[in-house]
Design a protein around this ligand. Structure first.
Ligand SMILES: [Fe+2]
Ligand SMILES: [Fe+2]
Length: 272
């Protein structure tokens, strides 16, 4: 693997990020140590592109995921399975923020600072999901997981493409999904579940705004066409929107009216 030799110097933000991604204990994933105070200290001079995260033995990784079936959230087990998948999305998001920190050491300090702040938010979101999981009578490791985001996001080759995929793409889509699941949990009388969805959805607005702001900084504009060009194949806007698209939330996250409208209207080219 060779990665071991590349571990950044102790006490740096890079070492913290490296340990979070490659760590293989459940405790290390759920309750990482605080990042170093001096976050500007010695960013690496070369990109380090970690290929895969460490996985604790409690997590069984599979190559197929779980899908929420329509109307299938009445049972506690079905809800727990879904919440377990959401927990794993948050874990991957936290890890991928750390991944980007290591992959793009030349990015501005304020960008790196933002990645760390978001990674810590995602770790906090994992805590909300565990609270819900516990209330349903389950815990982390009770269902298999899939590293869906890890299979896709590391294809990006620039900070602009990273925020396009992760922030404007997947976290943007999450604004739509969280709103829909808030209703679905409420519909089956799961108030804790609805509250968690609502809070995570609300907090994700700032993550999307971070991405839009930096995408504009990196590319000079944040229109739909420029954004879509930054998605590495075979990713497309299709997997980055929910039904319905939450126009209002996306506007609050800094996307333009035109961007949101094109997101709603987007269709794959015939034959693709
Ligand atoms: Fe999150
Ligand atoms: Fe997020």
């Amino acid at each position: 693997m060779g990665d071991k030799q590349k571990r950044p110097p102790d006490g740096t933000l890079d070492a913290w990020a490296y340990d979070y991604v490659l760590g293989s204990t459940l405790l290390g994933k759920l309750e990482p140590p605080a990042p170093p105070e001096d976050r500007a200290l010695a960013p690496a001079s070369r990109p380090l592109r970690l290929e895969a995260p460490g996985r604790p033995p409690e997590l069984e990784v599979r190559s197929v995921g779980v899908r929420a079936r329509r109307g299938g959230l009445r049972g506690e087990k079905a809800r727990a399975r879904l919440v377990h998948a959401f927990h794993h999305h948050e874990l991957q998001a936290a890890e991928l923020m750390c991944w980007a920190l290591l992959a793009f050491p030349e990015a501005p300090a304020a960008f790196r600072e933002g990645l760390v702040r978001i990674a810590l938010d995602e770790v906090r979101h994992m805590g909300f999901y565990r609270e819900h999981l516990t209330a349903l009578g389950y815990s982390v490791g009770d269902f298999p997981v899939r590293d869906w985001f890890w299979e896709r996001v590391p294809r990006v080759t620039s900070p602009a493409a990273f925020v396009a995929v992760m922030g404007m793409g997947f976290e943007g889509g999450n604004l739509d999904h969280a709103a829909r699941f808030t209703e679905r949990f409420r519909d089956v009388g799961d108030d804790l579940g609805a509250r968690v969805q609502e809070q995570v959805g609300r907090e994700e607005i700032a993550h999307v705004r971070f991405a839009v702001r930096w995408f504009e900084e990196f590319t000079g504009k944040a229109d739909f066409e420029t954004w879509a060009r930054h998605l590495p194949a075979p990713l497309s806007p299709m997997v980055m929107r929910g039904k319905p698209v939450q126009r209002e939330l996306r506007l609050r996250a800094g996307m333009s009216e035109d961007f949101v409208e094109e997101m709603v209207q987007w269709q794959p080219a015939p034959g693709s």
